[in-house]
Design a protein around this ligand. Structure first.
Ligand SMILES: *Cc1c(COP(=O)(O)O)cnc(C)c1O
Length: 398
């Protein structure tokens, strides 16, 4: 993973906002101000001896873009700086980041403890695909530390959480669960998609690895797929070894888009969170709304914990409409501004009915266990004006 390229910058004293626009940048002979996009799948050697040295790893440097590419390296270094991580490995998608982590660090006969309320595809991977390779997962229904401790086995290798969770914005105590995982000889992996390092830094709270879907807030404008794994070098190095052989590497173009997205991450997250808080407060006052799930609201059961480990509530707001699926679909179908799409983390606000889309393939029993009802809607709040968002939702709630 070490390409031998020195950024030439002393980033040690820089704050988050400076790192977001500067970390990892390397200028070529042309002196470009913005980061270059290196669309090349392979790299040229000066002579046969250098080719041999690069291949053996004796000399650091780029060889082939399935292994490393300078644009991808810059993105990795920047995201690592933001997460406060020693190492970062970029992947083709968020799911590729999760799969690569499991494939790199686990073997048949080992076990995962995961919170029940995780991304639908992650549930599918853990529940239906990994068991074919001898890796079983226990899903924990309750978010309590005791429930996680009780689910641990001697073979447990990973404790996997997503906080706040999707779509119910359940908040998990990262520091406490790191303690539980470590006491049981396991690693704590945190999917940090919803907060991003702009609002939450799990490694500082004791987590071992952070997972990202770069597709969401890191890009932030709904353009590309991407993912990343951040953490201690000894762990990310293993993920890299799997990736360079198995191939779910991030394309340089997507890395470049995400890299430029990171430059505005902090301002976007702050603005979208502020917009989300206002919308959550407005939704709470609507008579047709039974319940609002948003960690930034005082009514959220884990509001205090959320405010301890996050700098704001984030930009995802879920709410239950009175009257089940029909009433929920009426809100969706009356939206003219909000996009009806399963994606999130965009500057454009999106609305989803989880029970019939993102969580539709999960059995009704499992869905009920996760608390995802037929009246539930999830909004990923973007940057449109508050008045326009409220007007759009008010139509379907009348
Ligand atoms: C979208 C998402 C993923 C998967 O990311 P992809 O880039 O779509 O593969 C994982 N976790 C969470 C929380 C997500 O929202």
């Amino acid at each position: 993973m070490d390409t031998g390229l020195d950024t030439g910058l002393d980033t040690s004293g820089w704050s988050f906002d400076t790192l977001a626009v500067r970390a990892g940048q390397e200028r070529s002979q042309f002196g470009e101000h913005s980061e270059a996009l290196y669309l090349t799948s392979s790299f040229v050697f000066e002579n046969a001896a250098q080719a041999a040295a690069r291949f053996s790893g004796a000399e650091p440097g780029n060889v082939y873009a399935r292994f490393t590419n300078p644009t991808v390296t810059t993105m990795q270094e920047r995201l690592a700086a933001l997460e406060g991580a020693e190492g970062c490995v970029a992947t083709a998608s968020g799911m590729a980041a999760i799969l690569s982590t499991v494939m790199a660090l686990m073997k048949s006969g080992e076990h995962i403890v995961a919170s029940r309320s995780i991304f639908g595809a992650t549930q599918q991977l853990f529940g239906n695909i990994l068991p074919r390779f001898g890796v079983d997962t226990s899903f924990v229904d309750q978010g309590t530390v005791e429930a996680f401790r009780a689910a641990l086995r001697p073979t447990t290798k990973l404790v996997f959480i997503e906080t706040p969770s999707n779509p119910l914005t359940e908040v998990f105590d990262i520091a406490a669960l790191a303690g539980v995982a470590h006491a049981g000889g396991a690693l704590l992996v945190v999917d940090n998609c919803f907060c991003t390092p702009a609002l939450q830094r799990p490694l500082q709270l004791g987590a071992d690895l952070v997972i990202h879907s770069g597709t969401k807030y890191l890009d932030g404008q709904g353009r590309v797929l991407g993912g990343a794994v951040c953490g201690a070098q000894v762990l990310t190095e293993e993920v890299f070894k799997f990736l360079r052989t198995a191939g779910p590497t991030l394309s340089p173009f997507n890395a470049w888009v995400i890299l430029k997205g990171l430059e505005t991450l902090s301002v976007r997250m702050q603005a979208q969170s502020a917009n989300a808080l206002q919308l959550a407060q407005w939704l709470e006052a609507q008579p047709r709304v039974a319940r609002v799930y948003y960690p930034g609201l005082a009514s959220h059961p884990q509001h205090a914990l959320a405010m301890r480990q996050q700098t704001s509530g984030g930009a995802i707001v879920s709410f239950e409409v009175k009257g089940d699926r029909e009433a929920a679909w009426r809100v969706v179908d009356n939206c003219r501004l909000l996009s009806i799409t399963a994606n999130l983390g965009d500057t454009k606000t999106t609305i989803t009915h989880p029970a019939s889309t993102t969580h539709g393939r999960i059995s009704p029993e499992a869905r009920a266990a996760s608390g995802i009802g037929e009246g539930l809607l999830r909004i990923a709040v973007g940057l449109e004006s508050q008045a326009d968002l409220q007007a759009d939702l008010a139509r379907g709630l009348r």
